[in-house]
Design a protein. Structure first.
Lengths: 450, 473
């Protein structure tokens, strides 16, 4: 069944069950991936997946939901029946409605949908990439984590009031994670991830180069003394922190009492006035963008922090109604609708304010710690409390020299971190999770082995 | 059997699918596969969320699909699909064969499927015995209500989920198995707040194959436990970072062994060359006080199985005996690629993942000391009563958050501390586990890895680590 046929089928089955109000989200995907091990194919994988989530509203306007991978006529009927049963337990305290924007026009950026290159080509490309990475330095002994994949998918949203949205796209990903070993030293590991609309769009050479350079740069390492340090966050690591604490901008989290913000936090000062943060799912560099959310609301650019102050929260239909505003295109589709950011863009505002602009990671000769990548986010972040304690990969810079840090964690409080930003570099870098410049923060605690 | 004489064109759960499965396997072997495995599942899941004094989410889901794995030499191709018709399954076999680029004329022999081993016979009634959504909702609401003990508790949540998975496994070595798996888990979470102070507490309970277990859950005890934990931590200071001895509590304290050492004993890590223990079989890798076990047979435990996802009954594997490495956790691919015999540990989240060597119920065996012996032996250190999550990096370094911690001074527990993280490497920490308590207990959890998220049990008695890096402020 295609998406129009599914809509018709749901409509018929809903009529039969006397369900007047319903909506659904569906996704259909074909994925292909390869992994290699020293030139040999290790695992080759293909999958065809379909997921359908149906919501129904009963006569008391309570919502029930069911998710299924069985998109047959009988599967759809069963899903509607189960959703109807679940609606008896619908949330009486917080109603859910269709998004008022579910029929608004959507901004579809140029769809770059590629054709599959096929498993054989994926395998050939990955084999060559592995060989090049292994040959790039004698200490690189293996590439234990690697993969090249391409996905083709379609997303659909429709409801009983005639809204219908469909979007299809392709995406490919390459990851190379190398392991280097030298005599009498601990093994060191690092890697790179690159995305593209198709396998042919991926910059394979830069992925190999980045994985090699990063891994080699960690070969000479030393431990670091536990203390407070001036820290430069790479664009990737700063975006990791912002995403981990995005509940500060999330209306759902605020209502649920798990955010550091509250309903009255709009306008609250969080950081230096030089900081702007946007959520911009439709950004031209966001390969994973989708033009509408789980409720059919169009995706859009939204300012979260303007000159250091909270400007907007991200919303679903129900949170927007509670906050007396409009949905922002950040909803999932569930019994309890989740809200999450799309693609964070961090910028320096047009003025420098109190920034120490002499701090530049490529020229600064004083002592500082450069955090390249933060790890173990799920374990080390307490979003509801604002605290974090995270292991990281990075270097210690001193007198113009740098040495990799053996094993350390950085700990602190997100509000302290944002308030202690001492510089935001001018140039931004594109990462897989957003765009950000390098960000400097003073006096953060690092625990090391020394 | 009459049904075996009727050529079915689609997999039907609850019926005999032998002819169709054999036809598909014959097809794969005929195209040059060394080995063909078919894993088919039908799921019926449900989850319920209570927040404060209301049910805010009820989410049923169901689905079905197949994962087909073809081996040629040490290579494998895996295809998953929602199409359980003969055409759909044959297309998946063809796709896997094509991916592997099989061109030689060597043909393996397939002698048909063995006698059906049906582990599901006594389990078919489970679906009627599990609690109804109404019963679950009532009990969750009573639990969240019992968390309302003072006005500092600002968020109260109770959650329940049930996964019922019916599986059929057939492969060209004759394996033909059916089973039904039932996993239920229930958890409580709170956030406490007072002015600038915030703390949280959580506990999760889980079982496998016990439809009535939810009814026996002592929600009052659980609520008291979570409440106490959050209150104890509300005004706690941040811990000072440094190297120090620690005592790790039993139950979920075992997550560190699971993450930091257990994963390194899976054959997938040998295949990748990422375990420091690869060539250490029969060598000392831990303190002699440490014996560690991985098994899938403890009745009702969250990681227990009647049969693994490759059709093998799980065994009890002594991984480490008195500090000596004795065994790796292995699946079919692991045996093929590393030579370590299968242990009934081939596991996957669902049909869309190929099975891999994964832990089941993994724990450090009990020792002879009391909890007090361990604490009394430390003049200055940290007691980790409740662990949060953690992770292990590609080079074996681990990092774990301590959810509830207390300083130890002169052999006594003193003030609560927050923000502690335990950092280290398994091969350096294992020899430093110098004392094991006599109070082994297990706790359920979910483990995410190469073949998705699977139900596991972690566990240990109280243990003492002589020295470990504690991250803090």
């Amino acid at each position: 069944m295609n998406s129009r046929e599914i809509t018709t089928q749901i409509s018929k089955a809903a009529d039969f069950l006397n369900l007047k109000k319903w909506d659904y989200g569906a996704s259909f995907s074909n994925d292909y991936s390869v992994q290699v091990d020293k030139g040999e194919a290790k695992q080759l994988k293909a999958s065809q997946k379909q997921i359908l989530t149906i919501r129904v509203w009963n006569q008391s306007n309570l919502v029930g939901i069911t998710t299924t991978s069985d998109i047959s006529e009988s599967g759809i009927k069963k899903a509607l029946k189960q959703a109807n049963i679940a609606s008896d337990f619908g949330n009486k305290n917080e109603s859910t409605e269709f998004s008022p924007l579910a029929k608004d026009p959507i901004k579809v950026k140029e769809v770059k949908k590629r054709n599959p290159v096929g498993i054989k080509k994926l395998l050939t490309v990955l084999r060559e990439a592995e060989v090049k990475l292994l040959e790039s330095h004698e200490s690189i002994k293996s590439v234990p984590y690697n993969g090249l994949s391409e996905s083709f998918f379609e997303r659909v949203y429709a409801n009983s009031e005639g809204a219908f949205r469909s979007y299809s796209k392709s995406q490919a990903a390459l990851y190379l994670y190398a392991r280097a070993e030298e005599k009498n030293k601990k093994p060191r590991s690092s890697g790179s991830v690159k995305l593209g609309y198709g396998a042919d769009d991926i910059d394979i050479e830069s992925c190999i180069k980045e994985a090699s350079n990063k891994t080699i740069s960690h070969l000479n390492y030393s431990s670091i003394k536990t203390d407070k340090y001036l820290i430069c966050f790479s664009p990737e690591s700063f975006l990791t922190i912002i995403n981990a604490f995005s509940s500060m901008f999330n209306a759902r989290s605020i209502i649920d009492g798990v955010s550091l913000s509250n309903k009255n936090s709009i306008g609250e000062k969080l950081s230096t006035e030089a900081l702007n943060i946007y959520d911009d799912g439709l950004h031209e560099k966001n390969i994973s963008s989708t033009p509408f959310d789980g409720e059919g609301t169009p995706t859009k650019r939204l300012c979260l922090i303007n000159r250091g102050r909270i400007e907007n929260f991200i919303h679903s239909e129900s949170t927007a109604r509670i906050f007396k505003t409009t949905p922002t295109g950040h909803a999932g589709l569930g019994s309890k609708v989740s809200v999450s950011p799309d693609w964070i863009v961090v910028e320096k505002s047009e003025e420098n304010f109190d920034l120490k602009t002499s701090l530049d990671h490529s020229t600064y000769e004083g002592e500082f710690v450069y955090i390249e990548e933060l790890n173990a986010i799920h374990a080390g972040v307490r979003a509801s409390q604002g605290s974090f304690s995270l292991p990281f990969d990075g270097w210690r810079y001193k007198n113009g020299n740098k040495i990799s840090i053996e094993s350390a964690t950085v700990a602190g409080d997100i509000k302290y971190l944002l308030n202690n930003i001492v510089n935001i570099e001018s140039s931004q870098e594109v990462t897989t999770s957003g765009i950000s410049p390098h960000i400097w923060v003073d006096e953060l605690s690092i625990t090391g082995d020394a | 059997m009459l049904s075996s004489q009727i050529k079915s064109n689609e997999i039907v759960f609850g019926s005999c699918n032998k002819d169709l499965l054999e036809e598909i396997i014959f097809y794969g072997i005929g195209l040059g596969a060394d080995f063909v495995e078919i894993f088919i599942e039908n799921t019926d899941n449900s989850s319920v969320l209570a927040e404060e004094d209301f049910i805010t989410s009820v989410s049923p889901s169901f689905g079905r699909g197949a994962g087909i794995r073809i081996f040629k030499g040490k290579k494998d191709g895996f295809v998953s699909t929602n199409d359980l018709t003969k055409h759909g399954l044959m297309s998946s076999v063809s796709q896997a064969i094509e991916m592997l680029d099989i061109t030689d004329n060597k043909r393996e022999v397939f002698n048909g499927l063995n006698r059906h081993r049906d582990y599901s016979l006594s389990k078919k009634k489970w679906i009627n015995e599990v609690p109804s959504i109404h019963e679950i909702s009532e009990k969750l609401l009573v639990s969240t209500k019992s968390l309302k003990k003072n006005n500092k508790i600002i968020t109260r949540k109770g959650s329940y989920s049930r996964n019922l998975q019916e599986v059929i496994i057939a492969s060209s070595d004759g394996t033909y198995v059916s089973d039904i798996r039932l996993h239920q888990t229930v958890g409580l979470n709170v956030i406490a707040s007072d002015a600038q102070y915030r703390s949280s507490g959580s506990r999760r309970f889980g079982s496998s194959g016990m439809p009535n277990e939810f009814g026996l859950w002592d929600h009052e005890k659980a609520a008291n436990d979570v409440f106490e934990s959050s209150m104890n931590m509300l005004y706690a200071d941040y811990v000072d970072a440094g190297q120090m001895p620690v005592v790790l509590a039993n139950k979920f304290g075992g997550v560190i062994f699971h993450e930091a050492c257990g994963h390194l004993l899976e054959t997938t890590q040998i295949e990748r060359g990422t375990t420091p223990f690869e060539n250490k079989l029969n060598e000392k890798i831990a303190h002699e006080s440490v014996t560690a076990i991985d098994e899938g047979i403890s009745e009702g435990s969250f990681g227990s199985l009647s049969v693994d996802d490759e059709g093998m009954e799980p065994e009890k594997s002594v991984l480490i005996k008195d500090g000596i490495l004795k065994k790796f956790i292995s699946d079919r691919a692991g045996e093929l690629r590393t030579g370590h015999k299968r242990t009934g540990s081939g596991r996957r989240q669902n049909y869309s993942f190929a099975a891999a060597s994964r832990m089941r119920n993994t724990y450090i065996a009990k020792g002879e000391h009391s909890k007090e012996d361990l604490i009394n032996s430390i003049s200055e250190g940290l007691y980790c009563k409740s662990m949060g999550g953690g992770s292990v990096g590609a080079t074996g370094q681990f990092n774990f958050a301590v959810e509830e911690g207390y300083l130890i001074k002169n052999g006594k527990l003193t003030s609560p501390v927050k923000g502690a993280t335990l950092i280290g490497e398994a091969k350096e920490v294992m020899p430093k586990i110098s004392m094991c308590g006599n109070d082994l207990e297990l706790a359920p959890g979910f483990c995410g890895s190469i073949s998705g998220s699977v139900n596991v049990t972690v566990g240990q008695p109280h243990i003492k680590v002589d020295s470990i890096t504690v991250g803090g402020r």
